[in-house]
Design a protein around this ligand. Sequence first.
Ligand SMILES: Nc1ncnc2c1ncn2[C@@H]1O[C@H](COP(=O)(O)OP(=O)(O)O)[C@@H](O)[C@H]1O
Ligand SMILES: [Mg+2]
Length: 428
Amino acid sequence: MTERGILIVEGNSEQRKRIECLLSAISDNIVAADFDHLRRMTDQSQHKSPLWAEVQELIATAKQESGQSKPVKRSKDHRSPELFRCLVGSSHGLMQVKKAIMQVADSDTNVMLLGESGTGKEVVARNIHYHSPRRGRPFVPINCGAIPSELLESELFGHEKGAFTGAISSRRGRFEMAQGGTLFLDEIGDMPSSMQVKLLRVLQERCFERVGSEKTVKSDVRVIAATHRDLDSQIESGKFREDLYYRLCVFPITIPPLRERVEDLSALVECLLDRLKNERQARITLTESAMTALRRYLWPGNVRELANLIERLLIMYPNQRVDIADLPGKYRPHIEIEQLDRSAPGHHADNSFSCPQLPAGGLDLRQYLADVERSLIEQALVEADGVVARAAEILRTRRTTLVEKIRKYQLEVNPPRREFDGQVAVNS
Ligand SMILES: Nc1ncnc2c1ncn2[C@@H]1O[C@H](COP(=O)(O)OP(=O)(O)O)[C@@H](O)[C@H]1O
Ligand SMILES: [Mg+2]
């Protein structure tokens, strides 16, 4: 199993860049950084102490794992620790989650995080760890659904040399790595039954043995589990042990899906844009109508899907204004020009135009209507191949009115491809 690592390199940034280059040629599992760089990042960040604390946490982990401060090992997850610290949102649902985090963090109680995929279960788990007295010790995540069942036992509890074919040396498991800290059992609903029994024993007796060893190891680990599955029905169908469920579910926290807290959308978009600012060197501005469309979308992939959309829009429209018409089709369900049956004579757009929902936080009506108007004019102009008179027909408005609006919104009108004679199409 490959490990990811940060190699702490002293020296100037040129040297570090060269080392990074060389490292990336050798392995994509090691990154280089120096303490000054990490410190500067921490100083510049708005989340000063948390990020620096995470760095200290990583160093503590490294010292514990390697005996000394050799290359700093971190969990397999290569995402920036900063990403996990912030839990953006102030909706009622998320405030309840934050309250629950603060209530449970101090104790050693086992926590069960429930919620759809992408709602932020790992972010919450890291926050619980961070706010707990264990924060200076390791946070060790393991995805129980991603590891083949025959490897899961050794992954969790470690093994001795020769314990099974391929065990060429002895190895610590995640429980040992998390000693004094927190073990995050992600996708616990996917854990095979045979492992569920073994996990139950550790939770009850607080000790375990490595595979191939008879020596009992004491475990001082706080367990946080998470699943997107409905564990009640898993129990009913015999896939999940009820006794384990009660052990793990001492303090359940349910993270609401994004569609139930659309008030958080603007803050999340801002946060995701900030995260990508350095990487992409660009920003985008979403118009009010684009935001309204996003608020109405159901977000089956939750915040993870939103993050992917923002990244996609940044690539497509760097440093531009993103309007509803620029959003990929599935995100703009209520002004779908494609939905119109244009072949039907006398068909009026308003027949198939479903009324937008007023967002919970209200909206700037003037700006919203202007955005919608602008977007529809742009679409009509594309449809009319740049011929303003034709666009005016599509919009059932007078040509002169449309010309005025085109000027008002400073829209670019592409001249008709066929008859272009150097004249500006607005005057056609
Ligand atoms: N409230 C939030 N604030 C900021 N980022 C979030 C929030 N919730 C989720 N994310 C981001 O969304 C992505 C998915 O979160 P994650 O915790 O992995 O979800 P889950 O474990 O529920 O599938 C991550 O990039 C995470 O940083
Ligand atoms: Mg997850």
